[in-house]
Design a protein around this ligand. Structure first.
Ligand code: 6PG
Length: 237
């Protein structure tokens, strides 16, 4: 499903409302809600709106577990840290138990971090692939999702849940979930805003050339694209 909003604020508001709706439904049905959060800048406003009392107070945060889809191997107070972005926008305002916050860490190195996070995910799924109730994803101008970059051998990973990723011309390493984790979700939501994303959105929606988004097919769930008008400008031509 493709949902188009006038601008980033409307997109972010819709995404925050969606999070609350999904959380309340999952908790009512199963007693818990686990979500995989996206990094980058696009979701920041969504998280900020979710932290506002009008929405925050509708969620029983003691029933929620938050994970990250990827992380850069930098200190947690580094401006490039996805954990820092979510902490600043959301976590600092939530009555959520610290044990329910599951950031990726690269302590001991990226490989150790990936192995640890894989164990963390498997602990949530009795050894299998965890079924996240909600996965937020962004998309880079080159088409990457999480830290799965176009042409990466990680795109074909079918066994590991978490892997070390590197980006061309980027000195740091990254830790990312793999496609099977994303596709196991009950609901996958792409959040895409801005005219700079219009070319990649057009290619993604048209299923053009080999790119990570083409691999995102929920096994037994739903896939939403929440876009603003700037991001779909070319796709509508
Ligand atoms: C990351 C993100 C990444 C992000 C895209 C879009 O760590 O880089 O997880 O996958 O979603 O790069 O980023 P923006 O929202 O900043 O455009």
């Amino acid at each position: 499903m493709i949902l188009i909003h006038p601008d980033r604020e409307a997109l972010s508001s819709a995404a925050a409302e969606l999070f609350v709706r999904e959380a309340r439904q999952a908790i009512a049905e199963r007693g818990s809600f686990i979500s995989l959060l996206s990094g980058g800048e696009t979701p920041r406003r969504t998280y900020e709106l979710l932290a506002c009392s009008r929405l925050r107070d509708q969620v029983p945060w003691e029933r929620v577990h938050l994970f990250w889809g990827d992380e850069r191997c930098v200190p947690r107070d580094d401006p490039r840290s996805n954990y820092r972005m979510v902490r600043e926008a959301l976590l600092d305002y939530l009555p959520i138990p610290p044990s329910h916050i599951h950031p990726i860490t690269c302590e001991g190195g990226a490989d150790a971090g990936a192995a640890w996070y894989e164990a963390e995910l498997r602990a949530f799924s009795h050894g299998g692939i965890p079924r996240f109730d909600l996965v937020f994803l962004g998309i880079g101008e080159d088409g990457h999702i999480a830290s799965l970059f176009p042409g990466s051998r990680l795109l074909g990973e079918t066994e590991r849940l978490v892997a070390v990723s590197t980006r061309e011309n980027e000195a740091i390493q990254r830790v990312t979930v793999t496609v099977p984790v994303i596709n196991q979700a009950a609901l996958i939501v792409f959040l895409v805003s801005g005219e700079e994303k219009a070319p990649i959105v057009r290619e993604a929606l048209a299923g053009m050339r080999e790119m990570p988004a083409r691999l995102i097919h929920p096994v037994d769930g739903k896939l939403f694209w929440l876009l603003d008008e700037a991001a779909v400008r070319l796709a509508q031509e």
